[in-house]
Design a protein around this ligand. Structure first.
Ligand code: NAP
Ligand code: ZN
Ligand code: ZN
Length: 347
């Protein structure tokens, strides 16, 4: 065991505070990182506040991790000391089920191990995430990072990037398709950049009028203020795909009406509690409501390489570790452009 400094939350109603945690001993296939940057995902906030009722305290959030390799086990082939590398939302899975064999580790039937609030397969205890100085995991769950892009702006790709890239690929988004990104936050702004880069006509559906100019700058062709009845009506039966990234309770039925015949709304946002769905909204126009969870390791690497090739990064506001609680309050208000990233040198 080795101790490492971190910020943890100990209950749903208390702020994050400094905490020393013990990491398990490294194994022959493990890569150990000194964390340089960690993005702040809204899921971190959901877990900190126990919004989904599944938090196990203390929680050390953070799953958009970029670091420098400081040690490798004897069997590690992919990385060497000094490399820059990434760890996203997953640190292990069963490796044997059909999904794992296909590189869909996020849907592992044996139970994927998430970077925090998860349980290590070897029984060594809970996983703790990236709001910490050091982390380690099996090399298969460590990603290669391009040295051509600013690292703080690459960090959010490890969750916000892959969570939007994966459904856009799965539903074969491209030229000639009309795609809506619902909610312009951390996931949403990556969804806009990625969908636009794939050639789709991109519309931002937002409840914040002041984001219109940013939506266009990020690559959207249209902006619809969803609280404006006329604007909302103008996109009735319009979209092939809606990617719903909203973190708070909202009316699915209102947005389902914006899908054309055979259109699909993909939920990636996880509002507590889950909104009710009217079957008629699906039946008329043969619409689908779907969900998607982050992405597997091969697709995450593919997305990182794609972003390096197409010069896509996240728009970030770098913060000091001590300001994390203020950042959470701002995240709740939607006051972030468009991802907070913690400079871990400040821990
Ligand atoms: P975020 O940066 O806070 O963005 C969420 C956006 O939702 C806001 O910017 C806002 O956009 C919109 N919104 C917030 N409150 C709203 C309300 N009351 N009504 C309508 N719209 C509202 O959050 P994020 O980090 O992108 O995460 C978004 C959600 O995805 C979270 O629930 C998170 O847990 C989930 N998530 C899921 C996965 C997955 O694998 N499926 C992965 C990562 C995160 P506008 O101001 O433009 O309306
Ligand atoms: Zn996340
Ligand atoms: Zn599996």
């Amino acid at each position: 065991m080795s101790s490492t400094k971190s910020y943890a939350v100990h209950s749903a109603t208390t702020p994050l505070t400094p905490w020393t945690l013990d990491r398990r001993d490294p194994k022959p296939h493990d890569v150990q990182l000194e964390i340089l940057f960690c993005g702040v995902c809204h899921s971190d906030l959901h877990f900190a506040r126990n919004d989904w009722g599944i938090s196990i305290y203390p929680v050390v959030p953070g799953h958009e991790i970029i670091g420098r390799v400081i040690a490798v086990g004897g069997h590690v082939k992919k990385f060497k000391v000094g490399d820059i590398a990434g760890i996203g939302c997953l640190v292990d899975s069963c490796r044997e089920c059909d999904n794992c064999k296909e590189g869909l580790e996020q849907y592992c039937f044996g139970g994927a191990v998430f970077s925090y609030n998860g349980t290590e397969k070897d029984g060594s205890g809970l996983t703790y995430g990236g709001y910490s100085k050091e982390i380690l995991c099996h090399e298969d769950f460590v990603l290669r990072i391009s040295d051509k892009q600013p690292l703080e702006a690459v960090a959010p790709l490890l969750c916000a990037g892959i969570t939007t890239y994966s459904p856009l690929r799965h539903w074969k988004v491209g030229k000639g398709q009309k795609v809506a990104i619902l909610g312009l936050g951390g996931l949403g702004h990556m969804g806009v950049k990625l969908a636009a880069s794939m050639g789709a006509e991109v519309t931002v559906l937002s409840h914040t009028a002041s984001k219109a100019a940013d939506a266009k700058r990020l690559g959207a062709h249209k902006f619809i203020l969803t609280t404006d009845e006329e604007q909302a009506k103008s996109v009735a039966n319009y979209f092939d795909l809606i990617l719903d990234t909203v973190s708070a309770e909202h009316d699915y039925n209102f947005y389902l009406g914006m899908l054309r015949t055979n259109g699909t709304m993909v939920c990636v946002g996880v509002p507590p509690p889950s909104p009710p769905v009217g079957a008629f909204n699906l039946i008329f126009q043969r619409r689908s409501l779907a969900g998607s969870l982050i992405g597997g390791l091969p697709e995450t690497q593919e997305m990182l390489d794609y972003c390096a090739e197409h010069n896509i990064v996240s728009d970030v506001e770098v913060i000091a570790m001590k300001d994390i609680n203020k950042a959470y309050e701002r995240l709740l208000k939607g006051d972030v452009k468009y991802r907070f990233v913690i400079d871990m040198a400040t821990l």
